[in-house]
Design a protein around this ligand. Structure first.
Ligand SMILES: [Zn+2]
Length: 202
């Protein structure tokens, strides 16, 4: 089951994903921990996962981890750069403190983790920024700012590259078979087949 909250001034999606026993993980707790907490009642959250290192996807992580005891999962690049304000884009907000926790588990392409009865598979998809990953869990795919409904992520931030992003989506995401629902980092859900057929970037 997926519960999506829209958090912070940039309206980033935070996805709370649980199995039939309420065991699960949280993708991108970007802001407003007080909005996340009421949704965690009775759940056993094993992981907080960052799809990438940008501030609008990560800033409530410390509070959520303290409340749940979850471990923090991100790509190796994100793990190495989590306190680099040029990479998280916190450089835009000199007054905002870096309260970010260190990453506990740095994942690479093809790595897997279990949360309850669910298996999570990590797919490195750089392009929007170097540390971008997508998470596949059954027929769900969490794409962060890599792939949106009829759109893709911006590539004009530090480390972004359009060609890299297009080939990440083409080679790593569009090759996934089956009836896959896409849960992006902003905006509405979609499916891989809808994006393969109707995304104007491809
Ligand atoms: Zn981003």
């Amino acid at each position: 089951m997926v519960k999506t909250l829209v958090l912070g001034p940039l309206c980033a999606n935070c996805h709370i994903v649980t199995d039939e026993n309420g065991v699960g993980f949280i993708v991108d707790p970007g802001a407003n921990a007080w909005k996340i907490f009421p949704e965690l009642e009775g759940l056993d959250i094993k992981y907080v996962i960052f799809t990438h290192e940008h501030y609008d996807h990560i800033m409530a992580a410390a509070e959520v981890m303290e409340k749940t005891g979850a471990k923090l999962v991100a790509s190796r690049f994100t793990a190495e750069n989590i306190h680099n304000r040029d990479k998280t884009l916190l450089c835009w907000f000199p007054g905002v403190k870096d309260n970010l926790p260190d990453v506990d588990i740095a994942v690479s392409d093809g790595d897997r983790l279990e949360a309850g009865s669910m298996t999570l598979e990590f797919i490195e998809t750089p392009g929007h920024c170097p540390g971008g990953i997508c998470i596949k869990c059954g027929d769900m795919l969490f794409t962060g700012d890599t792939l949106f409904y009829h759109c893709i992520g911006r590539t004009d931030f530090a480390g972004g590259d359009l060609e890299t992003l297009l080939s990440s989506v083409r080679e790593k995401l569009f090759t996934i078979e089956g009836n896959v629902t896409v849960y992006p980092g902003h905006d509405r859900t979609t499916t891989l087949s809808e994006e393969r057929e109707n995304n104007p970037f491809f």
